[in-house]
Design a binder for this molecule. Structure first.
Ligand code: AHR
Length: 514
């Protein structure tokens, strides 16, 4: 009996020390001024592994619904999350892509080797028209990455003319000959990709000059002004951003890009498994993920020096977690699973982008299908929606809504002698006056109570959705595709003017107040 009592007392103490005092958060809708561009919620589809081929674009014999060879179950899933834009054809591939190889009768298109990704044969069956058909089916804006590394100024100029000129010209005529009368009016236009690396190994100053030359001839045709995006830095390389900002007048570019990948172990050699990791590695991954906040801040500060009015966008057109490939898969295909950890990375990163929406106006998760932090995985006819997909589904309510600044101080989530904020959040008010709050709890063992005082609006109640799982390395497999999915959340209540939320461990929650 005494033993039992002792056990009871010990367990009460243990759970008390595990308890977290509530977080006080404040939000005032009167402070909502800046728009969160829906383009922050964009995606990326490169000719890499099974993203385009055997992803979006499938073998005619595959027994799935198709339009031409575009896989329609994928299109339907992506329409649901309102993909605002899609970046194509790369990545590194873009700087070796010659667009004229991908137009005209398919059986006459040349085959090439994809030197960047696995050395496989690229048959060019998916080219400009096929990509634009895909964007039309998705209702997404195309974001084209033009070839600076191995392409000419003329080649890029002519691609723009092919896309956008509505009149009589060699490229407009060729487009018509290939079955498309109207110009497509493409607007987002990348001038090269990773020009410091796979896009040509250039110096920033040399690239800045090249940018101006290529951008000059990438014309704004009547009714089709381009939003030109300079090939920017990766990670902490603010020197690259500084050289671009110093050398390219702000009226000659719409944006400067930035790439940031979360590496679980923090190094490019052994990056860490997508599903087989312990808490120490989980912690490290989340720490590396949250660092994007500081990375964006540092690049923004450099941009502020040259562009205090924030006319040039910071375009984070590659982000996400990059792990080791799944065992037994082609190392050049970058196929990785997607776990609860990925959902937390997606929710946290999107909260951070929302916060920086005055500068960050477009972002692209890498990559949509079967590559890196994918939304969708496929295996022949089967497809599954990853935990990351469900986060994008929940977060679509932030598209084009006004950011409501939040004040709160997060409790720590500690591991060894290190700590990171356990929670992060973002709030917005949409055109109908609905307030949405996205909350992420990274702590794997503590639920956290958040008490939010809501000012500036009348609201009658709250409803919510959640993505959560018991373990950070749980994932959806082809045998258990719905292990992690979007569920109703009833852990939020209105108490007077206060919103009280019991945020479960390892969760991404979206609340709607009305
Ligand atoms: O997304 C995979 C690759 O990562 C892209 O091709 C390249 O731009 C980056 O290094």
């Amino acid at each position: 009996m005494r033993k039992l009592l002792l056990l009871l007392i010990v367990s009460i103490f243990a759970s008390a020390s595990n308890a977290q005092s509530p977080v006080a958060m404040t939000l005032n809708t009167a402070d909502a001024k800046l728009i969160i561009s829906r383009d922050i919620y964009g995606h990326f589809s490169e000719h890499l592994g099974r993203c385009i081929y055997d992803g979006f674009w499938v073998d005619p014999a595959l027994n799935v619904p198709k339009k031409d060879r575009i896989r329609m179950d994928i299109v339907e899933a992506l329409k649901k999350i309102k993909v605002p834009n899609l970046r194509w054809p790369g990545g590194c591939f873009a700087d070796e892509y010659h667009w004229r190889d991908g137009i005209g009768p398919r059986d006459q298109r040349p085959k090439m080797v994809n030197t960047n990704w696995g050395g496989v044969v690229e048959d060019n069956s998916f080219g400009t028209h096929e990509f634009m058909d895909l964007c039309a089916l998705l209702g997404a804006e195309p974001y084209i990455a033009g070839n600076v590394g191995s392409g000419t100024v003329e080649e890029m100029a002519k691609w723009v003319e092919y896309f956008n000129f509505d009149g009589i010209s060699p490229m407009a005529n060729l487009r018509k000959q290939n079955g498309r009368a109207e110009p497509w009016k493409v607007s987002f236009w990348g001038v090269g990709n990773e020009s410091w690396g796979c896009g040509g190994n250039m110096t920033a100053a040399y690239y800045a000059d090249l940018y101006k030359r290529y951008a000059t001839y990438a014309r704004d045709y009547p009714g089709s002004p381009l939003k030109k995006i300079a090939s920017g830095a990766s990670d902490w390389n603010t020197a690259w951003t500084e050289t671009l900002m110093k050398n390219i007048p702000v009226n000659q570019m719409w944006g400067v890009s930035l790439h940031y990948y979360t590496l679980p172990t923090g190094n490019w050699g052994k990056k860490g498994s997508a599903t087989n990791f312990n808490e120490a590695e989980y912690f490290k991954t989340m720490k590396n993920c949250l660092a994007i906040d500081e990375v964006v801040k540092r690049h923004s500060e450099v941009m502020d020096k040259y562009d205090p009015k924030k006319r040039v966008a910071l375009v984070v057109d590659e982000w996400g977690v990059w792990t080791d490939v799944e065992p037994g898969t082609n190392p050049g295909f970058l196929y990785q699973q997607n776990s609860m950890r990925d959902a937390l990375i997606a929710g946290s990163t999107l909260n951070i982008f929302n916060k920086h929406c005055e500068r960050v106006k477009l972002a692209s998760l890498a990559q949509t299908i079967n590559v890196l932090q994918a939304l969708i995985l496929t295996e022949k006819e089967k497809m599954l929606l990853t935990p990351t997909y469900h986060v994008f589904d929940m977060y679509k309510v932030h598209h084009d809504a006004k950011l409501i600044p939040l004040q709160f101080s997060s409790p720590d989530y500690a591991s060894g002698d290190q700590k990171i904020p356990a929670i992060n959040a973002s709030a917005s008010v949409d055109a109908n006056g609905l307030v949405h709050i996205s909350l992420v709890n990274l702590d794997p063992s503590r639920k956290i109570t958040v008490n939010t005082s809501v000012a500036g609006m009348k609201w009658a109640g709250v409803k919510g959705q959640i993505v959560t799982s018991a373990k950070f390395n749980d994932y959806n497999s082809f045998t258990d595709p719905n292990k992690i999915t979007l569920k109703g959340f009833n852990g939020a209540r209105k108490k007077g003017d206060q919103l009280t939320v019991e945020l479960p461990a390892l969760s991404v929650v979206m609340l709607e107040l009305k």
